[in-house]
Design a protein around this ligand. Structure first.
Ligand SMILES: Cc1ncc(COP(=O)(O)O)c(C=O)c1O
Length: 382
């Protein structure tokens, strides 16, 4: 490989040299829970038990680290398992974490309902308001600022380098949930963040056929802590799941280009539609953080949300009328999905500061022909 291989080259080759035994070009799915030892402690390639390490998972972890530009990557059974392992690696009772006020509902629930009883303290703030972020950081107490950008489902964009600088100046880490952008569109570690987390269920996997998560860290000392907790807590990616995500990553660059092409076409179409009140897409010139998005993202990805002028019931009804867009939760797959966040993905945050507008519809714009997607939305909106 060249000294500085490009993104697509790393996605296809990093951690994936041909199998030394058979020459298999694709890393095998090593479906073994345990590994033979040559005498007690005589491990052949460092593997002893698949919770601690598995060759298929290693291939994925090396590829993820190469794509995010980190020192180590770790693969988990889900995005939330990745977040949980990371937080338990660094936090203790009393730790304080600043959260985005529009974080993914499941992340918010993890902090608000699972950790709060263990003494973890959080403050949800608007991450687009740097003064508010600064005010929320308690020097010496705040462990981290949790950044999600673009956010799910309102597509707000946080300035990663500004927040990382602020967090560091006040003794806190910057952790970025890079699920919506994917490493192809956004490189948080290069922008100064310390840790990246992913729901690899989404764009990394890319085919809606696997649930997984990842953590990638810059600092080798932090990597040691995460590695210890990955094994101690045990929420690892199984070999078949790791293999599916690895296969997905190979086409990430071309998929994200096409997701972005199609989402741009959809956002433009919605913008001109009289039944639509607002369109939330960071690629639009009038998106409030378009300039930040332009600086830190290669393109703007496949997620588009919009408000339906006629209100909540009209938004719910619309979600039942599309034919190419499938009504389903999740995102990031090759097929287009539509959902009503208020009653589906974000129902768990109803009644909290994170409640989403009732008239909001979220689209995960897939890789179908753009004309078919526009025609489907047009008939559903009519
Ligand atoms: C931005 C974001 N982060 C984390 C998660 C959690 O990932 P998982 O569902 O794989 O546990 C999701 C899931 O939708 C998400 O959208």
């Amino acid at each position: 490989m060249t000294e500085h291989p490009g993104f697509a080259t790393r996605a296809i080759h990093a951690g994936q040299a041909p199998d030394p035994t058979t020459g298999a070009v694709i890393p095998p799915i090593v479906a073994s829970s345990t590994f033979a030892q040559d005498g007690v402690g005589g491990l052949r390639h460092g593997y002893e038990y698949s919770r601690s390490g598995n060759p298929t998972r290693t291939a994925l972890e090396e590829c993820l680290a190469a794509l995010e530009g980190g020192t180590r990557g770790f693969a988990f059974a889900s995005g939330l398992a990745a977040e949980d392992t990371l937080i338990r690696s660094i936090a203790k009772p009393g730790s304080h974490i600043v959260l985005p006020h529009d974080a993914y509902g499941g992340s918010f629930r993890l902090f608000d309902r699972a950790y709060a009883p263990w003494g973890l303290r959080t403050d949800p703030v608007d991450l687009t308001d740097l003064a508010a972020v600064e005010a929320a950081i308690q020097p010496g107490e705040t462990l981290a600022v949790w950044v999600e950008t673009p956010t799910n489902p309102l597509m707000s964009v946080a300035d990663i380098s500004a927040i990382a600088d602020l967090a560091h100046s006040l003794g806190a880490l910057a952790i970025v949930d890079n699920t919506f952008a994917s490493p192809y569109l956004q490189q948080p570690l290069e922008l100064g963040a310390d840790v990246v987390v992913h729901s690899t269920t989404k764009y990394c996997g890319g085919h809606s056929d696997v649930v997984g998560g990842a953590v990638v860290v810059a600092d080798p000392e932090l990597a040691e802590k995460v590695q210890f907790h990955q094994n101690a807590l045990g929420a690892v990616a199984g070999p078949f799941d790791a293999w599916l995500v690895l296969r997905g990553l190979k086409t990430l660059a071309v998929r994200m280009e096409r997701h972005s092409d199609n989402a741009e076409a959809v956002a433009d179409f919605l913008l001109g539609h009289r039944a639509v009140s607002d369109v939330f897409y960071p690629g639009l010139d009038d998106h409030p953080q378009h300039d930040v998005a332009k600086r830190q993202m290669r393109r703007y990805g496949g997620m588009v949300s919009f408000g339906v002028g006629a209100g909540e019931q009209a938004a719910v009804d619309l979600c039942g009328r599309t034919e190419v867009f499938t009504l389903a939760e999740s995102l990031g797959g090759v097929e287009s999905l539509i959902e009503h966040p208020g009653r589906m993905t974000h129902a768990s945050v109803a009644g909290t500061a994170l409640e989403v507008p009732g008239d909001l519809v979220r689209l995960s714009v897939g890789l179908e022909d753009a004309e078919d997607l526009l025609a489907d939305l047009d008939q559903a909106l009519r």
